[in-house]
Design a binder for this molecule. Structure first.
Ligand code: DX5
Ligand code: ZN
Length: 219
């Protein structure tokens, strides 16, 4: 079963508690939280206080996706805020390995995210230290963009490398997923699929989430 991770980036920011509850009721597996600094990406969202506040009302794990430069400055804050899974971008730091180790040592899951233009093998030396990889299906910054087709091959290549090395790293695909392309993304080897606009803009998010969860990961 594919895990569905609705992204509250597509929710109403004045009602984050209610939006989180809406996705939990719709059957989500985790809540994806997009942190943007206006420098790494051309958009600003929220910081660690929002994560702490959502943590107070959320039941599900919080999957925090940092789109900020030099994430090492703030990892402790997000860990303390109650993130269950914490990912930063390989393009945003010179200390990717150290960051993964310090996230893992804190007892939560450590993730590394990769932009569409970065070759997937840039992550291979880091796979021994990561619990999960976020493969971006769009240029990070905004929800509602179109899935970049080359992402599928990146997921396949990454899955093959994980299998070859016998690792337990999860693949999470973030950006541009919808009910029409979710089968292809799952078949390529994703374990978790983020759904921003697709889940939040639907009058029946439970159906969208069930469609995602109805797929099985390819090998
Ligand atoms: C984009 C974010 C995504 C975004 C996905 O920078 O990382 O999580 O919310 O939204 P959709 O699913 O609409 O592309
Ligand atoms: Zn994201």
């Amino acid at each position: 079963m594919i895990k569905a991770a609705p992204s509250i980036l597509s929710g109403d920011f004045s009602r984050m508690g209610a939006e989180t509850a809406r996705m939990e009721k719709a059957g989500a597996d985790m809540i994806h939280c997009d942190v943007m600094d206006g420098v790494f990406v051309p958009n600003l969202t929220f910081g660690h206080k929002m994560i702490a506040d959502i943590r107070k009302c959320a039941v599900l794990p919080l999957d925090v996706h940092l789109m900020i430069v030099k994430p090492e400055r703030y990892l402790d804050k997000y860990i303390q805020s109650g993130a269950d899974r914490l990912a930063f971008h390989v393009e945003a730091t010179d200390s990717a390995k150290e960051n993964l180790v310090s996230i893992k040592n804190s007892g939560i899951k450590a993730g590394i995210a990769i932009c569409p233009e970065t070759p997937i093998d840039a992550l291979f030396p880091l796979l021994d230290y990561a619990d999960f990889v976020i493969v971006m299906g769009v240029h990070p910054g905004f929800s509602g963009q179109k899935y970049i087709p080359e992402t599928t091959d990146k997921i396949k290549t990454l899955r093959a490398e994980i299998v070859r090395r016998g690792l337990a790293v999860e693949i999470e695909m973030d950006g541009g997923a919808n009910e029409d392309n979710v089968a292809m993304i799952a078949d390529a080897g994703a374990d978790i699929i983020v759904s921003g606009s697709c889940a939040f803009n639907s009058p029946t998010p439970e159906k969208v989430i069930a469609t995602f969860q109805g797929r099985t990961r390819g090998r």
